[in-house]
Design a protein around this ligand. Structure first.
Ligand code: AHR
Length: 499
């Protein structure tokens, strides 16, 4: 059986893991809000109309923040339509998804939902058809305590305390021709600068994110980002990256090397951020917010993305399989390894729409990608140690020879506990993996956590909801090191006690 070694050095760290890499994303799209998290009248819902069963499966995801309300939706959304008495709110035609938007769920309902879910809001403002003034008014509505028009309106709408929204996205995918109000980079930079300044004028404690390229396939990738960053550098905190991974050719070995591309995108941003910082001779640091990421390719095209002007249509309800879960784990590995740059990341999305959880009127279905997200979110905290991995390569189609193991780690210096997160991308070979920590002795290990299977396309469905569920695996400890066998196409996490 092929062998690998993962060597960790507590002195070799990429920095503290920022828990905000476990954020989620909720958009007014398809059945994400209506019939997803919000389903008044359903016996499974609470007094607010929030689905209790959805809240229950969201909590273990431990998402520090959830981004809202879009996505493409936000670029023609007027947040003022979604406040006040629900029966007086207008029904609007949503430009992005050709859906009828009842506006019965809006800013205040989202804040209440965040509280119920144990998460915090991360808001996006409309810089497509919206104005800087309207964006700043939303900050006033949310964050100003009282005594002004918008803050008092919030209070009269039943929220005496400010919502205290800390993170704000300045528009969404403004480089995309599909985006309402899409403009050239220089024009977007002006909009973002003006809006961001007004917003921070209202509440100087907020952090802002400018919209970077919507993917590395875009013709202006990095040029758009450079233009926007150079103009706004002194006034923003993050730039966004988005990626949706695809396996259009049904080529599992190729797809399972997706982590190589994710690393590359982050490296592109690391280089750009360093470049702009250097030409600006700036002492300030701007970081990366990877605020939309997931697998999404099986349900694309008009029939999945256009709602025929009905309310809560079934749009982009991707079914996730084993190989998708392995790709999701690689995103998380990459965010953890690159913690010096990636401070925020949002799984897109959380319910029904390209999501780890699906609903019908009777309950929830957990999809494959839910499992690594929950496991990583539970265990990844402390320092990200930079792993040195020696081991077999495998042939990943036209991506060439790629290391079979994709690894990240977290380390708690206060108690010597090390957690190793590893994906075996090889679909044929098990790998016996030795784990050792320089200068320390591994003296105990809990059971390993394992998600694997023989069929990369295996998935959960309503008839077989537990086809893909995590299991445990043996971890042996001997002579101060640990050993675990990683089956082909597997995700393994192992927690080691060291001294
Ligand atoms: O998450 C679905 C869509 O993907 C979002 O609305 C948009 O930002 C991206 O293109």
């Amino acid at each position: 059986m092929p062998k690998a070694t993962i060597t960790l050095d507590p002195d070799r760290t990429a920095g503290k893991i920022d828990r905000r890499i476990f954020n989620g994303f909720l958009e007014h799209l398809g059945r994400a809000v209506y019939e997803g998290i919000y389903d008044p009248g359903n016996p499974l819902s609470d007094g607010h109309g929030f689905r209790r069963d959805v809240l229950e499966v969201m909590r273990p995801m431990r998402m520090p923040y959830v981004r809202y309300p879009g996505g493409n939706f936000v670029s023609n959304y007027d947040w003022k339509d979604g406040i006040g008495p629900a029966d007086q709110r207008p029904v609007r035609a949503d430009f992005a998804w050709q859906t009828s938007e009842p506006n019965t769920f809006g800013t205040d309902e989202f804040m209440d939902w965040c509280e119920a879910a144990g998460t915090a809001p991360m808001m996006a403002v409309n810089l497509g058809t919206g104005t800087a003034k309207s964006a700043a008014e939303l900050v006033e509505y949310c964050n100003h305590s009282s005594g002004t028009y918008w803050s008092d309106l919030r209070r009269s709408n039943g929220h005496a305390d400010p919502h205290d929204v800390k993170i704000w996205c300045l528009g969404n995918e403004m480089d995309g021709p599909w985006q309402a109000g899409h403009v050239p980079a220089a024009e977007y930079a002006l909009r973002a600068e003006q809006a961001g300044k007004l917003m921070k004028g209202v509440d100087p404690t907020i952090e802002t994110i400018i919209a970077g390229s919507s993917g590395n396939h875009m013709p202006e990738y990095m040029e758009w980002d450079r233009t926007a960053l150079e103009y706004t550098w002194d006034h923003v905190d993050y730039i966004s990256a988005h990626r949706y991974s695809r396996n259009d050719q049904d080529d599992t070995p190729w797809f399972l090397a997706e982590g190589v591309e994710i690393d590359r995108i982050i490296q592109d941003y690391r280089s750009l951020l360093g470049y702009v910082r250097a030409v600006k001779k700036s002492s300030k640091q701007v970081y990366l917010s990877f605020d939309e990421w997931n697998v999404w390719y099986k349900v694309r095209g008009t029939q999945h993305q256009k709602g025929n002007w009905v309310e809560a249509p079934h749009l982009i309800e991707e079914v996730y399989n084993l190989e998708d879960a392995l790709v999701v784990a690689q995103y998380l590995n990459s965010f953890i390894r690159n913690t010096d740059v990636v401070k925020i990341a949002c799984l897109a999305q959380i319910v029904n729409v390209i999501a780890p959880v699906l609903t019908n009127k009777d309950g929830v279905l957990i999809q494959s990608i839910y499992h690594p997200f929950v496991r990583y979110s539970e265990l990844a905290s402390g320092d990200s140690l930079t792993p040195v991995v020696t081991g077999p390569m495998y042939l990943a189609g036209d991506r060439g020879e790629v290391a079979a193991l994709d690894v990240s780690t977290s380390y708690d210096g206060s108690n010597g506990q090390v957690t190793v997160f590893a994906v075996n991308r090889d679909s044929e070979n098990s790998i016996t993996t030795t784990l050792n920590v320089i200068g320390r002795t591994v003296f105990a290990a809990g059971d390993g956590w394992l998600l694997t299977g023989d069929d990369p396309n295996a998935h959960n469905d309503w008839d077989a909801p537990e086809r893909l569920t995590p299991a445990t695996c043996d971890v042996s400890v001997e002579d101060g090191v640990a050993r675990v066998v990683m089956p082909p196409m597997s995700i393994v996490t192992v927690t080691l006690e060291t001294r």
